[in-house]
Ligand binder design. Structure first.
Ligand SMILES: [Zn+2]
Length: 475
């Protein structure tokens, strides 16, 4: 009797496993069938190339796609017209998939293997047109799986604008929009397929504005006070400060306004600063010292100074529990092949990057699993990762070897290479969401790791303070 029961259990379990396997396979198949539709959506957003907080049409297109798939849309969230949440289902777990869609200024580029402006003001040099579209595809595929399997829970797509310098997600976190979320998923376009622990530098950025008095620079210089002097004195002090900050800190600036004519003492000048480090406490300290330099510069040059916080993001809090699950799913999905035409395009791009040939095997394969990473840039996903267990990956949407924020990245993102890479991400996010909805223990383990890593006395303080979203930062 006992033997029969055990056999039955074994049989049932294997049948269940088989049907679950089949379902995952079906999900992947349906994503393959829809890849052309999603390719068209990504192409439209690539063509639009709207910059941070100006992504009106790109945001509307993703909203329409999700609404038609049965999601409820809440738009204009956190005081940002182009931010939205699309939701399906009810109750827990609540899984969030983030999607970006902002382009970068000055990087207009055609989808060809030579530097050629498309005539626009901006270009998708970070692949966010693919990011938003693949995440949309994953949210819809997860929803379809939930319906087919009668699963409890909520799937949400977070439309997160202005990642590039606008800190869009920070306002959404600050508004409490992630507070009830159990797990958050994201990905990023890149030059390889990888689900490794990510790292990002915490970042504080601000525009420092100096005000002086105009005067004829030759006839009455004594009556003038140069705002540009204020900027230059500040920069000099900050440049001296570099020796007395941790050596892995990053401080960079551009002078965004420095006067109009040499014979007019400038009454206005502006400098735009970033301070970054792997630990936000270090960033906060460095930023405070930069402010002191600005105050000192104003005092010494007889000008006045005010500053506007522009952005502020946390570093990334990794979650190994989720990372490994995502890695296994990425391995299951696998990379992709290039056609002859794509190879020719890739080799030309590789040549423009000083290489003989593109290493296509990078797109075909998955990078080995790593649990450590060196931070390079910053991302507003950092703030999400300190609010809810968060996991991400990258897919080879660019020709291997291509750096982000380059014309080569814009070009590949407008071709079938970008679209193929995007579907690797869409599939992996979907499989990972399915795992989360299927396994409560996984959610619990991810949360336990999150709580431990974040620390018991953690309190979320946005690095950009209480400012309103900088909706005009690209104007
Ligand atoms: Zn990006």
């Amino acid at each position: 009797m006992q033997k029969i029961t055990i056999m039955l259990i074994v049989l049932c379990t294997s049948v269940l496993t088989l049907s679950a396997q089949k379902t995952k396979k079906e999900v992947l198949k349906s994503l393959n069938q829809k890849s052309e539709t999603y390719g068209e959506i990504s192409q439209e957003i690539w063509n639009l190339a709207e910059m941070g907080y100006q992504e009106v049409k790109s945001s509307a297109l993703l909203q329409k796609t999700l609404e038609e798939a049965g999601f409820t849309i809440e738009t204009g969230v956190a005081g940002i017209p182009t931010a939205f949440i699309a939701e399906y289902g009810s109750g827990s777990p609540i899984v969030a998939i983030m999607g970006e869609y902002d382009a970068l200024p000055g990087l207009s580029q055609e989808a060809v293997a030579e530097k050629k402006s498309a005539g626009g003001a901006a270009g998708h040099a970070c692949g966010h047109h693919l990011f938003g579209t693949a995440s949309t595809a994953a949210a819809i595929a997860t929803k379809d799986w939930m319906v087919a399997n009668n699963k409890q829970g909520t799937i949400r797509f977070y439309g997160t604008p202005a990642e590039e310098g606008g800190s869009g997600k920070v306002y959404m976190v600050r508004a409490g929009l992630f507070d009830d979320v159990d797990i958050a998923l994201h990905w990023h376009p890149g030059a390889q397929n990888a689900s490794n622990v990510g790292a990002a530098l915490a970042n504080k950025s601000a525009k420092f504005r100096f005000h002086g008095f105009s005067a004829h620079a030759a006839a009455a210089p004594e009556q003038g006070r140069s705002a540009l002097d204020g900027v230059e004195a500040m920069n000099m002090m900050v440049n001296m400060m570099r020796e007395h900050v941790p050596s892995d800190a990053r401080i960079h600036y551009v002078i965004t306004s420095g006067g109009k004519a040499p014979n007019v003492v400038p009454d206005f000048a502006e400098v735009y600063y970033y301070a970054r480090h792997a630990k936000r406490d270090v960033v906060i300290d460095i930023f405070d010292r930069i402010v002191k330099a600005a105050e000192g510069a104003a005092l010494g040059t007889g000008t006045t100074m005010d500053y506007e916080m522009i952005g502020g993001t946390h570093e990334l809090l990794p979650n190994l529990t989720l990372q490994k699950v995502m890695f296994d799913n990425l391995t299951e999905v696998g990379g992709f092949d290039y056609t002859t035409e794509e190879r020719e395009f890739a080799d030309k791009i590789a040549k423009s990057l000083g290489k003989d040939q593109a290493d296509i095997s990078v797109a075909q394969n998955i990078q080995p699993y790593k649990t450590e990473a060196k931070p390079g840039g910053s991302t507003d996903v950092g703030d999400v990762s300190f609010t809810v267990p968060t996991v991400g990956m990258s897919a080879a949407t660019w020709v291997p070897g291509t750096p982000a924020h380059s014309w080569q990245a814009v070009a590949a993102g407008g071709t079938s290479i970008g679209k193929k890479g995007m579907m690797v991400a869409a599939k992996t996010l979907t499989l990972t969401a399915i795992d989360i909805f299927s396994d409560k223990k996984l959610v619990d383990a991810a949360k336990a790791e999150f709580q431990e890593k974040r620390g018991a006395d953690f309190k979320y303080i946005p690095l950009l303070g209480d400012r309103e979203p900088a909706l005009d930062y690209r104007k």
